[in-house]
Design a protein around this ligand. Structure first.
Ligand code: SF4
Length: 410
């Protein structure tokens, strides 16, 4: 089998994660189907919705940590939604409470949006020991931003990047989005350059996905908005990738580039199918089970329900070992690190590990075995979906459900 074409070196997952979902946004972007509600403005008042949310989510995170028996937490990630929509004092209280739950966390990320990031919020992050800001820029082209109803203009985003460059001592990650209507390859490549100039050592480059229920999908369906064609999308991807490679960022996951040592530890744990708790509306956590399966616990998406009773409407899902095996490969093969064969064997057994190895040998265009791990080749990262379909079919044939499902998984 050929050596892997992707770069395998880099950080390894370090342990359990603590995720908190902040479900408020200033307004709703046209492509977004995440669990977030438009809040319009900052709601700093005592007894207001944001204040009650901070109390509720901290309480829920404490309860989940105790009930699930997961921890100590190696990473914390506060996402959304828009965490920086919370007033500085509220944000400080939330982050301080989470730091108390995860005193030894090596990485502590807070997502921020340009329109609501300011010096007060950066100080709140710094004071509570946050180590990393993930800024949702998406693009520095106004035409692309306004086409999808982003709240921040390019000037707002540049202002936030300048502020971070001047005042933030921690790590910076920037989100960019390909295929926005009105976006150009040169414009997104320049956006990447400006993010790097502000100190970003990590860039997430997401493809716009058209979710059926969103205003953007309706506008595209009605023909009032046109998405870039495949040629333009490929050109944009190549242009941005060459900027990132020029700054020595490597593609360590399908949609993520980082300088060595700047890979996101929290997300590495997700891709390693590890353990974490998730608190806040729509947040999910998972715990590994002794039989190889997984128990997943997800909160209701309703903000009002969460505020009234944070545990109400929670759903528990038991994932059978066969499904968990498929998920472990599906997630692990998104990363340059790939899936460690010995860990796979310890978790799912020798027969499953052999299947993974045989399958990889049958797809040398996409997968390679090296240094004890099966990892995607550089090309494999681009053609993962059909490979996973074939893998799913093979697992279905080789491992009938009744042969590998242990029952209650408790
Ligand atoms: S800021 Fe993010 S979470 Fe909020 S509406 Fe826009 S895409 Fe959705």
């Amino acid at each position: 089998m050929p050596a892997t074409g992707a770069v395998r070196a880099g950080r390894r997952p370090v342990g359990a994660g603590l995720y908190v979902h902040v479900p408020f946004c200033a307004s709703k972007c046209a492509y977004c189907d995440f669990a977030s509600v438009p809040s319009g403005s900052i709601d700093a008042g005592a007894g207001g919705r944001h204040e009650r949310f901070v109390d509720a989510v901290l309480g829920r995170a404490r309860d989940l940590a105790r009930e699930e028996g997961i921890g100590p937490f190696a990473t914390v990630y506060v996402g959304g939604g828009t965490p920086t929509l919370l007033a500085p004092a509220q944000l400080g209280r939330l982050l301080g409470g989470l730091r108390a739950l995860a005193p030894g966390a090596e990485e502590f990320t807070v997502e921020a949006n340009p329109e609501s990031l300011d010096a007060g919020r950066l100080s709140a992050m710094e004071d509570s020991g946050a180590t990393r800001v993930s800024l949702g820029v998406q693009s520095l082209e106004d035409a692309a931003l306004s086409a999808v109803g982003r709240r921040a203009s390019a000037a707002d985003a540049r202002g936030a990047l300048d502020l971070i460059a001047a005042r933030w001592k921690g790590a910076l990650s920037v989100d960019l989005m390909e295929s926005l209507p009105g976006g150009t390859p040169e414009g997104l490549a320049l956006s990447a350059k400006e993010a790097l100039a502000a100190g970003a050592k990590h860039v997430s480059l997401y493809e716009l996905t058209l979710e059926e229920t969103t205003p953007l999908a309706r506008a595209v369906g009605a023909g009032t908005v046109r998405l870039p064609d495949e040629g333009l999308r490929a050109e944009t991807h190549t242009a941005v990738e060459s900027v990132l490679a020029g700054a020595a960022l490597f593609r360590y996951e399908v949609s993520n580039w980082a300088a060595r040592g700047s890979e996101c530890l929290h997300n590495l744990n997700y891709w390693a199918a590890g353990e974490w708790i998730g608190a806040g509306p729509s947040a999910a956590g998972q715990k590994r089970l002794a039989d190889g399966g997984v128990r997943r616990r997800a909160a209701s998406v309703s903000v009002e329900r969460f505020l009234a009773d944070p545990a109400a409407g929670e759903e528990i899902e038991l994932v059978a070992p066969r499904e968990a095996f498929f998920e472990a490969l599906m997630l692990g093969w998104r990363t340059a690190r790939g899936v460690d064969l010995r860990e796979l064997e310890a978790r799912f057994g020798a027969e499953a590990a052999r299947l993974a190895l045989d399958f990889a040998a049958s797809r040398p265009d996409a997968l390679a075995f090296a240094e004890g791990a099966i990892a995607p080749t550089a090309r494999g990262m681009d053609i993962l979906n059909p490979v996973l379909v074939a893998l799913g079919e093979l697992i279905g044939r080789r491992f009938p459900v009744e042969a590998v499902t242990s029952g209650n998984g408790a």
